[in-house]
Write a protein that binds this ligand. Sequence first.
Ligand code: BGC
Length: 781
Amino acid sequence: MSLLEKVNVTTGTGWQMGPCVGNTGTTSVGFPSLCLQDGPLGIRYAYPITAFPAGITTAATFNKDLMHSRGRAMGQEAQNLGINALLGPCIGPLGRSPLGGRNWEAFGADPYLQGVAGQLTVRGIQELRVMAVVKHWLGNEQERFRRKGELGSWPKVKEAISTNIGGRAAREVYAWPFQDAVREGATGVMCSYQQVNNSYACENSWLLNGLLKDELGFQGFVVSDWLAQRSGVNSVIAGMDMTMPGDGLSWADGLSLLGANLTSMVVNGTVPVSRLDDMALRIVASWYKLGQDDPNFLPKQKKPLFSSWLRDEIGPLYPRSSDQDQQMIVQNYFIDPRGQLGNLSQIQTGDVDHAKLARQVAAEGIVMLKNVNGTLPMSGGTIRKGPYKQIGIFGSDAAHSPIGPNGCIDRSCNVGTLGQGWGSGSVEYAYLISPLEAIQARAIQDQTTVDFVLQDGSNSVNSTAYQVNKHGKDAACLVFVTSDSGEGYISAEGNLGDRNDLKLWHDGDKAILSVADNCENTIVVIHSVGPVLMEAWADHPNVTAILMANLPGQESGSSLVDVLYGNVNPSGHLPYTIGKSLADYGADTEIMWDPNWEIPQQDFTEGIYIDYKWFDKHNITPRYEFGYGMSYTSFNFTQLEITTLWNGELAEEPPSATGLSGNPALWDPIFRVELLVTNTGKVAGKVAAQLYLSFPKAIEYDTPVRQLRGFEKVELAVGESKIVVFELTRRDISVWSEEKGAWVVPREKGGVGVGSYGVFVGPSSRGKGVSGETEKIPSVN
Ligand code: BGC
């Protein structure tokens, strides 16, 4: 490649100057323009595609197979559409604040869970030879003040917020899932909008050259978030490899900070040519690594088969350009990428029927929080025989929006049933099954009557509630409530991306209370981006069941009916804590609403203690703990056995070395944990066995009361038992030492070696499980 061609590989063509949200330049040597497309739950702007359940819902399944299959299915749709790189999965925000606008795109408020889900999603996508670009690196935990170009409403704020993260929290919390993704071979990492420790993430050498490329050994390319690049030379020298969308400091300005400027930087010697070679090499190598040089990788048209910007078949080559004489090309081939096999050699379950897969993920992503008196399943069970005679349905979230499922741009309104949050992480629905239609279809079979009021708040209750009340125990009332959020470039109902609070929208509390005051079996169904406050009604004697359905995507109603009627036994677990108040999550973890300086400074003072680790540390009892989720059956956890796999002495610090994903010694297996899980109830079901680790007490580091270090979903017939096995690695039992600049297995104070760790395995972080202790291991020196 010539100098100009290498530059072209690194530089986007500009906003809306190609079919995808990001398009790189071309070369004459057969390396094509790459198409980069959002996003984390499906293929943005393409139609039709599958609108999968969001990341948060997928996390709630605690099901590794589903995480992997969903990744494959998205990779498959991307490949069929001619996409080279998918801008996902999203494995940050971590959910430092439950109010964070984009938490729902990612996999919950625990780094371990995010790591596993992220890794398996990357695996799925890349098995289909599509590059996975994990995002957002690093610490983009709130939308407010995130991007310089979005600071218009705050004239005193001069630069984007700086998230100030200490070295330990960076490794143990925020970079943790990225390390798993790098280990999996993720080809791309997206650097985020805001500043980290007062240097923009895309020009922060400590973050890119240091932590990511050196310490984690990342060999792929770093692409800027869209307009996150704020400088030319600085970004290049700091380790950013590709700029997107290729404009300068603002949308479609045509003044790229790379492009011709990068050529000059190299020609005038400011940037060494070796650095440009490295940038291009990282991108081209990713293409080869996944076999995209195979002539069969791209569809036969050899380009993306859809346009993000135009809906007609034919349109201008550069949609954003005002050039009237430009070439007209086919923009949309109107193909259906769902469930076509593309060039796969090995077909796996879930590859063909994406609708079925989406439904399964959505159903397993429903978390049953309360179920008394056999309220559910609605088909009847051991306590209540047979289906209800009458069903009342309340709230606008039960049914379709009058302006259709795609009525608001990038799903930036909460009207009608809520299946996704808003922003670049959303997609167009090819269809959306509402709860109302799915429940009605099912109720007809049971000869159950269905009445509904689709108004919110106390308006929800009119004669319908009184009607159903006459039927007492034979009636069920389902109240549908929501909470929404999204990305900071658009707002909805006064929420500028981040959530204003943890309350239900549209007077949800009132709706629930007024229905519950009139109906003995009130079932609350929540569609939400994250935790909501439930104190006003969770203990109401007539609120007999609560389902947290998260964000289900296109199969909302069908997946809900699966669980409501017991075709699927609920097995979702909370990927976050539901607290009793916002303050429970920690005073410092709120969104920074008012800038504290012209460059807002957000110090992550809580360090590694977010979500349940904060609750545990400060002895705060949550409403429902992290990992919690009920079933129609019951499980027993017994016979915990811990085996030490490490032979001999264990050095406090692993031998220094760098490999792909960091020091390879971090993956040394140290302990094996086995236990028996038994289904002790009356129906078949699944449960996620979760392993939480507690560090030895007598060490020099403050560590969380418990932290997730393993989970396995087990399916059990009535009376069946299965052995579940976990392996704990050196990384799992280490802390990051600021002082040593390394991961260490802390030695016991005054002892001769590594103290014993507490191991707990159960159905949630505080549930009824089984505990044990590891052996002490002698340590070197
Ligand atoms: C988002 C990214 C997204 C990009 C391209 C940005 O606003 O932060 O997550 O991939 O846009 O659409």
